[in-house]
Design a protein around this ligand. Structure first.
Ligand SMILES: Cc1ncc(COP(=O)(O)O)c(C=O)c1O
Length: 478
């Protein structure tokens, strides 16, 4: 088989694997290769082009992980049959158009999940059969309750299941009536703002902190005071100095996003004390507390909240999958009616059959089993990535040790530090690696440079090494 268009060209400074990768993409874009076409095996292409097998393997891995190729075991490797027509010209490989401050991981041709994508659970390890059985059952039932308008505060059996889970796992004593199901975390923030916070109010927001929540809150007119974070989590004293009479504070106490630290007990008590004195609200964003690899999970801040100042939020995005668009909010008993009125205005969190499936998944014990399995799996996958980064980068990257979570934070050293995390993440993204720059998570001047990387979909050491090498190549190309 002859593939002249694949031969690395003279004078191209890019590494050979990347040249090969780019040539395949161009061949697909210009129609030389069509959807469903078989491509040569790694071995035969390596010998045909006189390249090392590892070089071809790396190019194939990139093309597979970005959705251009599909591997069908012994049958061989094929151009994905699902590719959209790509038009007549070669795909651009030059610098990307200017990006927004934080990139949205897109669902475009790059494939899902993208390498290093943040916030994604392990899609290959989801118990699809069990889920499909429960979902099929709830869809087939077609009972009038699930065909009618949904309860705006959420499907009651799901609210019960969440209240039970929170009592056991997070030390939160609440009734099902206090639980409001929402379509994602930002919808929970929306509900809090509509119900308890005056438009234009000032609030504390961790710096660095979760950019999507920051943008959402500023977009609805909230004024955010960036409050620094250190090894004990949010610096409460700095908050008191900077915005003493703020009306609210948004915090990630279990596992600060993105630094991974835990809010210390003295700070927890100081934060609660401040909120009680000021009659301000604390939004506790407990987005990934379920994944902790050393020691026992800490109880939620909410479990220490004697004066009912904490609005607790959790999400199903990490523990099940983000496409569900389901999160929840626990509200103080005294304000249930006000929250119910606001939820009424918004019309509820969506599909009843989906909420029924989640409720059954929890009630029948599948949820607890899935979490147990994912804890072990993520500890292993995290190690794959941390070891691979150490092997490939040596002292250029230093991975912050963290007790939990589903992403790693690696600080930059050596040559990488001189390039800066923004340039590196932009370069990585042009090569399909969904790495985030820590700098972009700051509202004030960044104090540290680093890269945030998801590891949950890195299934083995070889993939971790191949991805780390691609990242290194992206950095070296700068
Ligand atoms: C810090 C933080 N909070 C909350 C969420 C949950 O958001 P959602 O429920 O909209 O998926 C995420 C998801 O990535 C997150 O990283």
């Amino acid at each position: 088989m002859d593939h002249p268009y694949l031969k690395p060209g003279p004078g191209d400074g890019a590494p050979l694997y990347f040249q090969l990768y780019r040539r395949y993409r161009d061949a697909i874009a210009t129609g030389k290769l069509g959807a469903g076409d078989r491509v040569p095996s790694v071995r035969s292409l390596a010998s045909e082009l006189n390249l090392a097998r590892g070089t071809v393997e790396l190019a194939y891995q990139m093309l597979t992980s970005e959705g251009y190729f599909i591997a069908r075991g012994a049958a061989g490797t094929f151009v994905s049959p699902h590719l959209e027509p790509l038009g007549g010209s070669a795909l651009p490989t030059a610098a990307p158009a200017p990006q927004p401050p934080v990139h949205r991981d897109s669902f475009a041709a790059a494939g899902v999940p993208r390498p290093f994508q943040l916030g994604m659970p392990a899609l290959d390890a989801f118990p699809r059969k069990t889920w499909a059985r429960l979902a099929g059952k709830s869809l087939r039932a077609m009972d009038p309750a699930s065909m009618s308008y949904p309860e705006p505060a959420g499907f009651m059996p799901l609210r019960h299941a969440i209240a039970t889970y929170l009592g056991i796992s997070r030390g939160i004593a609440c009734t099902a009536q206090q639980v409001f199901v929402t379509s994602g975390y930002r919808a929970a923030l929306d509900l809090v703002c509509r119900t308890l916070i005056e438009p234009g109010a000032e609030g504390w927001f961790e710096d660095p902190g979760y950019p999507y929540a920051r943008h959402f809150l500023t977009s609805i007119g909230m004024r955010l005071a960036p409050i620094p974070v250190d090894e004990e989590g949010l610096d409460v004293n700095a908050g008191v100095r900077r915005a003493p009479s703020a009306r609210f504070a948004v915090v990630t106490p279990t596992h600060q996003s993105p630094m991974g630290t835990t809010l210390s007990l003295p700070r927890r008590l100081a934060l609660l004390e401040w909120a009680s004195q000021q009659q301000s609200w604390i939004v506790e964003d407990d987005y990934d507390s379920e994944f902790r690899y050393h020691g026992r999970p800490l109880p939620a801040l909410k479990s220490l909240d004697r004066d009912d100042r904490v609005l607790y939020t959790g999400t199903f995005s990490k523990v099940l999958f983000p496409g569900l668009r389901l999160a929840y909010l626990v509200v103080p008993e005294a304000h249930i009616d006000r929250f119910a009125a606001a939820a009424d205005l918004l019309g509820g969190p969506g599909s009843v059959p989906v909420q029924t499936t989640v409720a059954e998944f929890m009630e029948q014990g599948h949820f607890a089993r899935h979490l147990r399995k994912m804890r072990a799996l993520y500890a292993e996958r995290r190690r794959f990535l941390v070891d691979a980064l150490a092997q490939v980068f040596g002292e250029e990257l230093y991975v912050q040790p963290q007790a939990g979570g589903i992403q790693t934070l690696a600080y930059l050293g050596g040559a990488a530090a001189r390039q800066g995390d923004v340039r590196i993440s932009d370069a990585a993204r042009t090569q399909g690696l969904a790495v985030h720059a820590l700098s972009r998570w700051y509202a004030d001047k960044p104090l540290r440079l680093g890269l945030l990387m998801g590891f949950t979909n890195i299934a083995d050491t070889a993939t971790a090494i191949a991805l780390s090498q691609r990242l290194k190549a992206a950095i070296d190309s700068l």
